[in-house]
Structures are given as structure tokens and as C-alpha cells.
Design a protein around this ligand. Sequence first.
Ligand code: DP6
Length: 363
Amino acid sequence: MTEEFIPKKSYRNTPTGEVSYESPSNIALIKYWGKYGEQLPKNTSLSFTLNNCKTTTRLQYTPIKPETKVGSFHFEVFLDKERKPTFEPKIAQFLTRIEPYLPFVRDYKFVIHTSNSFPHSSGIASSASGMSALALCLLKIEQDMLPGRSQEDFLKKASFIARLGSGSACRSIAGPLVSWGKHDALPGSSAYYGTLYTGAVNAVFSTFQDTILLVDTGKKEVSSSVGHNLMNDHTYAENRFKQADTHINQLLDILRTGDLDAFMALVEQEALTLHAMMMTSRPYFILMKENTLSIINKIWIYRKNTCVPVCFTLDAGANVHVLYPEKYKEKVLKFIKNELAMHCQDGKYICDHTGYGAKSITK
Ligand code: DP6
């Protein structure tokens, strides 16, 4: 299965150069939580690709002398022009994982310049946007060395490589709806890369809004990787994976019919199940904060009183993603400003909506 991503021909010599991509974050409706082998998901997930929350990465590459090719990889990482040695172990692990599929990574020195459109310490996962942007830059370099590949194969391998950096990153290459994990109801789906969902989607979902309430902008107390691993001998794991597969079938029906009540019930159940898994693992942990719960309660009350179809989802953190149709934007933003912003750190939130995935910005 991974064989198809190993280059069969030798690379054409490429001198020094530079490539740039911007890639968005994504928000899972059906959550990925639990992995095995080399970054393979225990269940299928499906996400909205976002538009405004994105990482821009510029990758400079320079050939290195043959005698320096042994040992560790040669690279430097900068975030907003500032050198970030703390990012290096994750990048080194990524390069080790991808070397069989992009062997040229050994032959070059890379300077990675990255910046996020969202505040650095916002608690928004930058791994999905960051790893997908970096994967695309590397794929673009490979494309110049091995021309002739179709755009479809290029994107498939970009997603495959992004997954090896961070699982959810494989869902950021395309949009607005991307699945990851093999599922009978999703033709062409795979555990190795994300697949753009091309089934029937009601118009209401094509411009869905996601306002991200920044409840806790600190560093996560428990990393996603640690959380995923705790699913390995989790009492409820097998049932959770089965439930996610059933939820995919339900979500596909909802996407087709546009049944917003069913959508809200499913998406909120997924969010709370994700956190229930964290709260019932060993060791157990809680990533929601008091403000997360205050926001959830206020959303429920507002929905009941106004019948506005607004719901929430959560990532592996305390921030709340408020999801609603574009038609209700003005009303919901007023509600957020007046009633929810007070639960956010420094009153901050980010307005986003569904988007179409990563873009080349190479000059
Ligand atoms: C809760 O993709 O960050 O956001 O593969 O270890 O990098 P790694 O994990 P990561 O996990 C994200 C999990 C989630 C749910 C989701 O996006 O599906």
C-alpha cells in the first residue's frame, strides 16, 4: 500500500531553490482519536477544511556535499523570522518517517520559514496546517525533480506525507469536506491519505461558519500523541471506533439532506465523546475548562430560546468551535460578542468558515 509512494525513477538534479505554500487548519466533525502503526487511524474521521486559520511556509533548499549526507538531517526552522529549536525534534522525526518516500530529503539543507494567520499562542492546533504546508513544499520540490505526475497523484502523496507529520494534517490539503480512514460508504477512502468528499452535500454546508472561541491559549497539558496512545488499552476503545464508523454513515445522510437538528446532535456527541475518552483513559485527564462548560451551556440555552441552529465542537483542548449556517452569521456573532466573548481569554475569538484547502504561493 505504501509502495506506490516510493519513487521508482531517479531524481533529476535540482540546484538551490525556494517553494511556498499556504495550508489551512481543519475541524473534525467525526473525530480521529486513536492510532496504530505508522500514523494510521483506528477509525475514519471527517472534517471541514477551514479558510482563515492557516500556516504559510516558505522552504529554501540547497544541495549538500556528499560527505555531509550521513548522520542527522540538515535543517533550520523559523517561526515569524525567529529560530525555533524547540520545533526541531518533531521535524527531525517527520524527515526520518518520510525519507523512504522522499529520499532527496537527505541530499539538501532546508531552511523552513513558517508563520500562522492565527495568534501563535492561541491554543489552535497548528500541526494540521503546519505539517500539510511543509509536506506540500517538499512534494513540490519532488515534482520539479520528477515531472510528469498528475495533479491528483501529487495531492494524494502530499496528503500521505502530511499524515506522517500529524494525522489530522492529511485532511488539510483539500476541502471543504475531507475524510481519512477506510470506510465502505466513502469510495476511494484510505487510512494512508485524506480523500475529498465528493458525495451529495446540501447547500447549507457549503458556507458553514466556524467561530473559534479562544478559551485557553496556553500550551496543551497533554499532547495529542499521548492521548491517541492512551486509546490502545482503553476500556471503551472498541465501542468508540465502531461508533465513529456508524457516525460516518449518519453524517453522510445529514450532509445530503441538510438536517441541521441531526447535524448538531451528531457533532456535539462526537465532541463530548472525544473528551469522554480522555476523561476515562488511564491516566485520565480533562482538557475542558470552566469557561468551556459555561460556553456549551449558553449555546444550549440560546439554541432552545431562539431556535437558531448553532452548535459546538471541540478539539483536544479547551477552545470551543461554534458551528452555524452562514444565514445566521449576524445573529450568532452578536450572541458571541454579548454572551460568549466574556469566557474567552482577553475576549478573543476567530471568525472562520469552510474553505478549499492548500494553495501554492511559490513566486
Ligand atoms: C482531537 O492529528 O494532532 O484534533 O497524529 O498525533 O499529530 P497526531 O495527532 P493530531 O490529532 C488530532 C485529533 C483531534 C481530532 C481530529 O482532528 O480528528
